[in-house]
Structures are given as C-alpha cells and as structure tokens.
Design a binder for this molecule. Structure first.
Ligand code: KIV
Ligand code: ZN
Length: 569
C-alpha cells in the first residue's frame, strides 16, 4: 500500500509539553457518570432509525440497566425526535432519578425550538455544540477562529436566556466543541472558557464540558493528554463536569475513554455495544464491565447480558459480534485443549477452595455474572480441543469422571469426529459418541446374569475366594458357567474361558464411581485390558448395582478388543 504518503503523520493537535499525571495511575477508582447517547448518536447511525415505539422501549431498557442520564435526541432536527421527547414528558415516562438530555446546534431558531420541545419537563441537560476543528473551520465554515467563538458565545447566551424563561424546569447546560480532537488545544480551551464565563457554573449548578473525539484521530494516550490539558486550562474546573465522548475510528475508543478518565474525565457519553456513526461511539458495556472486572461497581447492571443483547439486536437490527467483549456468543468459549484444561482445573480449584476473588485462567470474569453458563458457553469441543475439555463435558453434564489414563483416548476420538464432520460437538453429541463406543457393549459377548458368592479361608493366603455363576450368550449360544477367582472380574474371566473362546488379555486397571449427575443414581465402572497385540482396550459399564457395572465394563472392553482381534467370529 503506497497511499500512506497521502496522510499526515499525526494530523491531530497534541497539546504542548506539560507535566502529565494520568500515566502515573494504574486503575480507575470509581465509575464515571454515564450518559447513554444510543437514542441520538446511536439512532442517527442506524440504517433504519428506530420508530417512536421502539425508542420508548429502548429508553426503558436503558433505564433498567441503570442509566441516570440519557440523550433522547435532537428535537429540533426531526419530527420523530420531537414527538418522542413530548411523549416522554406528557406521559410522565421519565423516572424521577433520570435526566434526559437534548442536543442543539448553536443556532438561534434551533435553540428556540429545543426549549419549546422541552416545555413542562422537570429536569433536562441542554447540550449545545458547534464545530471547532481546523479542518471544519477551513473547509465547512470557511470561517476564522473569532467567528467560531462568536457562534459559541451567541449559542451559550441564548441557552442561558431561554432557560430563565422556564423556571419550572431545572436545566443543566452542556457544551461540546465538536471535532475537539482536531482542534488546536489552546483554541479548544479558549472557546470552552468563553462558554463557561457566560454560564458561570457554581457548586450547585455545575456545567458539563463535553470533549468529543468526534473522529478518533490519535493514539489513546494523546487523547488523555488533551483531556488533562483541558482540565488544567479551563476556568472554574471545580464547578465543571468533564465529559468525554469518544468515537471509535481507530478502534481505541475504550482505551481512550479509560485513559481520559485517568486524565480527569468525570463522565462518559457512549452507547451499548458501541453503536454510532461510522465505527461507532465508545462501548459503554465494555467500559462498565472492565470496571466490574477490576472490582469497581460500574453503577450499571449487565447481569442479564443475553437479554440485553437480544433486545439491542431487535431494536437496532444490528448484530452483536460473537467476539464482542463480555457479551458476544463466543467470548467465554474455549475450544483449545490447553485452555480447556486450565479452565477445568481452575473451576475445580474454585469448587475446592471457594476463594473470595476470581482468578480462573482464561476467564477474565465469572460467566455466571453475566448470566452465561459454564457448560454450554465455556468448554466447547471441536477439532482443536483436547482431553481435558471432553472429560469436563462428560463429567459436568453426564457425571462420568473418566480415569486419567482414559482421557487422552477419548479426547482423540472426539477430535477426530469433529475434524471429519467439520463441526463443533455438542455435549449431547459427545455423550452419544462416548456411549456408543464404550458403554455396555454387549455384542458378541453378553453376560445376561451373574451371581457372586464369597468365602474366606482364614488359613490360606492365596485361595480363590470369589465364585460367579453366570449365564452368558455368545453368537446365540447360551452358556451357564461357574467361575472362581481372587476377585469378581477374575472369577468372570475364568468362567468365560470355559466357553472355549480364547480370552487372551492382561488386566490393566479398574475404577468405579457413582454417577452423580444422574437422578436414577447409577454406578459407572471402567476396565482397561491389554490384548495380545499389546494394545489397550477400555470398556465402561453402567448399572444400578456397582458389581454388575464392573461386569459390564469388562464385557465392553472384551467386545471392543474383539472388534480388532476377532477371537469370536
Ligand atoms: O461526536 C460528536 O462530536 C457529537 C457531538 C454532537 C457531541 O456527537
Ligand atoms: Zn458523537
């Protein structure tokens, strides 16, 4: 790509040298004030803007999440926005602890119409803006700095005068030097100070100065420097609320907002999931959840994230990306074997130790905190997955605590199935494949009945103390056999040898447990034998009776071996 030469190296005004302090801080101590601009900036960027009814429902969603300030539109700019504001006021839909905000350009008739639209409101933020950047002054307004200051002065004066005519309403004033990030910093401070001097903020009546990255132009640390510069150079800083309004053109809006808060920002204007013009506004969900994951109460409630995603997608007709932090369908999913293994171990550690802080590897937050499930959302099995994940799914969903030595074999089997099918395997699919291959395989050898008796000869050390009487069916032939051995499985094996078939194997290992996930409380048994070919063959038996589960496991292992060795035709 050669065309990079077409672009400035840093077409943004960085403030001059000063002692910046924001980079000395390593965390944000408290949540900023949040203002949702979904219904204005977000809505104006939709392919099909929301209807009046949708806006009302979206407003309710924002209120439920906990927003206390909501920009509801540009009432002088469109009939729907005007009607929406009137409906909120006339039908008393604004909760007492919520303040709506309206946007107005710094032009006389627009300011007048804005106040008319606000008639009867108890409280509102009136947000005045005009554009201040070098490019806008040069190309759009073709005006000098003085003329741009004049627009702001005139707008601020009118806002103050008109507000005084509505004593029944409590207005807060907000000013944005639109295109702030492309504005020379001394000029941005100068124009804001003109507005501040007109509005004369007090501790009781603070003024909001909003610093929009109308277009994100710089790396986030430069934005933070700009914010800190403004905080140091604005009049009456203690009576100001410094608001940040980052857009996401370089994909760094969240970082810019966080560094901007360290640099003095008190308030954030943004949208759910970063909807907004072009690449969007800053994503308030990510910002809030980032605070949450650092132990700070975000003062917004995303506990019901899947529901919020569903409603957002319905109203905006946009899709939340599956990789969207905290909210996307895949953001807690671990497909890779090593990740699954670490997560499974981490989750077991949590179960065992019940620690009061969350530190599970690969899971920045507990998925339960945003109503996501470990089993369905976290451990996902595909051809990248390994033994740990498969074992976790079988244990969590079906109660099979596979012996360590068996896990690799099952992991490879599932990998192979997924690879061939080019598909992710669901927990049900995993169980089905596991059960089909290993559990209670009764062909061709089937022990249909088995009764054990036990005797103990106190004088003899190596006596065969276990006897089994069993009915065995092999290839439609029924055998009633008796076998003796030093244990149950040994007795069964010796009994089976009387059939004349060549049961040539070495017993390797046996284990058993109750199946906790199953309400019909069964037992599971695992047997591993080594065949004459040197291969290991696992079998799994289940039964309400633990003894019969072990018999079934041995039979399953033998039948699996027979598929390769063919000692029964
Ligand atoms: O992005 C922007 O600059 C705006 C202003 C109107 C604040 O949305
Ligand atoms: Zn904006």
């Amino acid at each position: 790509m050669k065309n990079h030469v077409k672009y400035h190296i840093g077409y943004y005004p960085a403030p001059g040298q000063m002692e910046y302090t924001w980079m000395k801080k390593d965390h944000i101590e408290k949540a900023p004030a949040w203002c949702s601009v979904d219904l204005r900036d977000g809505n104006q960027a939709l392919i099909v803007p929301m209807t009046l009814e949708e806006k009302i429902d979206y407003f309710k969603l924002l209120v439920d999440i906990g927003f206390k300030e909501i920009e509801v539109g540009f009432p002088a700019a469109s009939e729907t926005e005007y009607e929406f504001l009137r409906k909120l006021i006339e039908e008393d839909l604004i909760p007492d602890d919520v303040t709506v905000q309206v946007l107005t350009q710094a032009r006389s008739h627009i300011i007048e119409e804005t106040f008319e639209a606000l008639k009867g409101i108890k409280r509102a933020v009136v947000h005045l803006y005009n554009s201040t950047s070098f490019a806008q002054r040069q190309q759009v307004f073709r005006a000098g700095k003085d003329e741009i200051i004049e627009i702001a002065r005139h707008g601020a004066t009118m806002v103050k005068q008109l507000a005084a005519k509505y004593p029944e309403s409590d207005f807060t004033f907000e000013y944005s030097p639109e295109s702030f990030t492309g504005t020379e910093m001394d000029f941005a401070a100068e124009i804001c100070n003109v507005v501040i001097d007109i509005w004369k903020p007090t501790p009781e009546k603070k003024v909001i100065i909003n610093l929009p990255a109308t277009v994100e132009m710089s790396m986030p640390h430069v934005f933070a420097n700009q914010v800190e510069y403004m905080c140091a150079n604005l009049h009456d800083r203690e009576n100001l609320i410094i608001s940040l309004h980052p857009h996401n053109d370089r994909g760094c809006a969240v970082a810019a907002a966080e560094l901007g808060i360290l640099a003095g920002g008190d308030r954030i204007e943004g949208t759910l999931f970063g909807n907004g013009e072009r690449t969007g506004n800053v994503d308030i969900v990510t910002l809030a959840m980032n605070l949450f994951s650092h132990g700070v109460d975000p003062q917004l409630n995303f506990a019901n994230m899947p529901q919020i995603v569903t409603e957002y997608e319905k109203f905006t007709d946009l899709k939340v990306n599956p990789r969207q932090p905290y909210a996307g369908a895949l953001v807690f999913a671990a497909f890779s074997g090593s990740h699954q293994d670490a997560i499974a171990k981490g989750m077991n550690w949590v179960k065992e130790k019940n620690p009061d802080k969350w530190t599970v590897p690969y899971l920045p937050i507990d998925p339960h905190d945003v109503s996501r499930e470990y089993d369905a959302d976290v451990i996902r099995i595909n051809s990248q997955s390994g033994k740990g994940g498969v074992a976790y799914v079988l244990e969590q969903n079906y109660g099979f605590d596979l012996p360590q030595a068996m896990r690799a074999e099952i992991g490879y089997m599932m990998k192979d199935i997924s690879d061939k099918a080019h598909e992710e395997l669901s927990p049900a699919g995993i169980y089905e494949a596991f059960a089909k291959e290993y559990i209670n395989d009764f062909a061709p050898i089937d022990i249909t009945h088995a009764t054990f008796s036990h005797f103990s000869d106190t004088k003899m050390e190596d006596s065969d103390s276990m006897t089994v009487k069993m009915r065995v069916v092999i290839e439609n032939q029924v055998y009633n056999l008796e076998g003796k051995g030093n244990g149950r499985l040994d007795a069964v094996a010796n009994g089976l040898r009387q059939t004349g078939y060549h049961f040539d194997y070495k017993f390797i290992t046996y284990s058993e447990h109750a199946i906790s996930a199953d309400s019909n409380s069964k037992a599971a048994a695992y047997v591993c034998i080594e065949g004459p070919d040197g291969s290991k063959y696992w079998g799994v038996g289940t039964h309400a009776d633990i003894i019969l589960a072990s018999v079934n496991a041995l039979v399953s292992a033998l039948n699996r071996m027979n598929k390769k060795i063919h000692f029964v035709n």
